[in-house]
Write a protein that binds this ligand. Structure first.
Ligand code: PSU
Ligand code: MN
Length: 330
């Protein structure tokens, strides 16, 4: 068996390496690499409600300085509702849970030069001491590591249109499937295929509910034509339905009426931007930033205004209630 000896010794080395460090040790090691801000740390140890916020929407979703302004606004909305915001990002290789003003400013002004960091990219960004803006999947990873239970964002990633050809399905969906955190969003990103995304969320066993609506929202408009698997009208409702499963929950909160008027305009711009992306061969994680920037150009800034204004303010009343429930241990 001389021919297989080198491959079997390589195998031996790999399994030895894997045995060298237990999953628990690996988790502890990772935790020691994380920097938690004093406010978030204090809130977590006192059992106060903490709301996780992602950072790709800051670096790649909006231009400077609107991105900084929106990020600050969102944080203050969370504070006004009695919870502590924890914006998550990797700075010089250090995953930060909760950013101070200077860190937020740095991230916002660096913009797209920061690495868009999904779950798969975390190790690389940390190892190369890079700057990384976390997507929903990476934010879920860090939030659950430190025990945060609620995460608010604009639109999560999902199944892309044309996914039957490109296989482009965001790891946000698989991360949600295995992370017991409640994600509150205005639905999925506007550029995606909503029916396919809902199917995939079902495959991942994610509990999905539309908030006070019989339709799953379409990010820029209140209606998508898709029926959500369930509807919740209050946190009590949610508490009744929650069964302590080790999977994520997605609450989709429709955009407020005053921002939804431009929905059709934005949708036709999206169709055009998608065609251009195909023509220019823009794929993978570059697709979202390309499409959002192009749609914003085509709509003369309307989509950006709606993106800044919609998701977070829509979630305010929900957050108040959810925070109360979390405080009372539900
Ligand atoms: N919504 C936006 N802009 C964004 C995103 C959402 O308006 O950049 C980000 C979120 O961080 C989401 C990510 O998790 O896009 C998904 O990217 P992808 O489709 O490459 O998985
Ligand atoms: Mn993708």
């Amino acid at each position: 068996m001389a021919s297989s000896s080198s491959s079997s010794s390589a195998l031996y080395r790999i399994s030895n390496l894997q045995n060298h460090i237990s999953p628990l040790e690996a988790t502890n090691k990772l935790r020691s690499l994380v920097k938690i801000s004093p406010q978030v740390s204090e809130a977590l140890s006192n059992g106060r409600a903490v709301v996780a916020l992602e950072s790709t929407i800051i670096s790649h979703g909006m231009p400077y300085p609107q991105n900084l302004q929106t990020a600050k606004e969102v944080e203050s909305i969370v504070r006004e509702n009695g919870a502590v915001p924890a914006t998550i990002a990797i700075l010089n290789g250090v995953p930060c849970i909760g950013l101070n003003e200077e860190e937020l400013e740095r991230l916002a002004s660096l913009g797209k030069s920061v690495q868009k960091t999904a779950g798969r990219d975390i190790a690389y960004v940390v190892a190369t001491r890079g700057n990384g803006a976390t997507t929903v999947s990476a934010t879920l990873f860090f939030a659950s590591m430190v025990g945060i239970q609620v995460f608010v964002t604009g639109g999560i990633g999902g199944v892309h249109r044309h996914a039957n050809q490109t296989m482009d399905i965001s790891s946000d969906l698989t991360a949600l499937g295995r992370t017991p955190i409640a994600v509150i969003s205005a639905g999925v990103k506007s550029i995606l295929d909503i029916p396919k995304t809902l199917e995939y969320l079902e495959t991942q066993e994610v509990y999905v509910a539309a908030y006070k609506s019989d339709e799953f929202p379409a990010f820029f408009t209140e209606k998508s034509g898709c029926k959500p698997p369930s509807r919740v009208d209050s946190p009590e409702d949610y508490a009744n339905k929650k069964l302590n499963r080790q999977a994520g929950i997605l609450f989709a909160v429709p955009i407020p009426k005053q921002h939804s008027a431009a929905g059709n305009l934005i949708e036709s711009a999206t169709q055009r931007a998608l065609t251009e992306a195909r023509e220019q061969n823009v794929t993978g994680n570059a697709e979202t930033p390309f499409l959002l920037a192009r749609v914003n150009e085509l709509t003369g800034g309307t989509s950006l205004a709606a993106n800044c204004g919609s998701p977070f303010s829509a979630n305010v009343s929900y957050l108040i209630n959810l925070k109360l429930k979390l405080d009372s241990g539900l």
